[in-house]
Ligand binder design. Sequence first.
Ligand SMILES: NC(=O)C1=CN([C@@H]2O[C@H](COP(=O)(O)OP(=O)(O)OC[C@H]3O[C@@H](n4cnc5c(N)ncnc54)[C@H](OP(=O)(O)O)[C@@H]3O)[C@@H](O)[C@H]2O)C=CC1
Ligand SMILES: O=C(O)[C@@H]1CCC=N1
Length: 267
Amino acid sequence: MKKLGFIGAGNMSSAMIGGVVNSGLISGENVTVSDLYQPSLDKAKDSFGVNTTQDSVEVVKNSDIVILAVKPNVYPAVLNQIKEFVDGEKIIVSIAAGKTIESIESILGSDKKVIRVMPNTPALVGEGMAALCKNANITDEELAIVKQIFESFGKAEVVGEYLIDAVIGASGSAPAYVFMFIEAIADAAVIGGMPRPQAYKFAAQAVMGSAKMVLETGKHPGELKDMVCSPAGTTIEAVRVLEEEGFRAAVIKSVVACMDKSKEMSK
Ligand SMILES: NC(=O)C1=CN([C@@H]2O[C@H](COP(=O)(O)OP(=O)(O)OC[C@H]3O[C@@H](n4cnc5c(N)ncnc54)[C@H](OP(=O)(O)O)[C@@H]3O)[C@@H](O)[C@H]2O)C=CC1
Ligand SMILES: O=C(O)[C@@H]1CCC=N1
């Protein structure tokens, strides 16, 4: 397996490092991670046995595949810092919202190998969802290798880059909305007298199980919802209030706002 590098050891990077090392696909000794903040590197080394450095150039020198896991506003500085060390064989993987493949090529050169991926943080527990798109310099085999990395900690699909804004709305950012939903359900359970840790367990399992039903039954979410709503029962009362309060409209509006922000960042 190739040598993997991460520039940035923050939230998303840590989830991917944990995911890929825990899966056994790549051992920590074949992973090099850089960050400006030494405690982040110490945590990655202690947790996953990876090689660490504060020098992003060292990551590029030691890796066949380099995942850029810094914030979008840091991309230009990092790309300019590493570009002379990115030869025609190294695969650069961008995971940033708002950074198109073209914007990466404008600094590294259009002859370089670039893959854009939109992952999400459930990668940490092997339940990530990632979308991949590539430039013309990436071979099918190289794309398959990078896809295998993201499949080691979840699911991955190849998409056209035009869909990345929708991917961010429906997947990259989506865990945040779901965490809010789980927290709100648990708050209500606490109102009902349930201890908070137990409330989180019940609420989180209900969300995970429901998601698993959507993925594995192939049934429409509306049909699955109807299967829970016993006539004159408890569930339909909750559904009535959710509709009265505009739950679905609020979700749609929030995800559209997320996608709009992604488009704005991409300009
Ligand atoms: N968080 C998520 O759920 C997802 C994030 N992404 C994308 O992943 C990227 C990272 O996001 P996220 O993990 O949330 O951000 P974080 O801020 O958590 O992580 C970024 C890390 O990079 C470090 N850093 C900054 N400059 C450099 C540098 N020059 N060299 C090495 N490390 C550096 C930061 O250090 P310091 O804090 O000291 O600046 C920080 O530790 C973003 O582009 C984001 O769009 C994509 C999908 C999901
Ligand atoms: O909030 C963000 O910009 C990043 C990209 C997708 C999830 N987090």
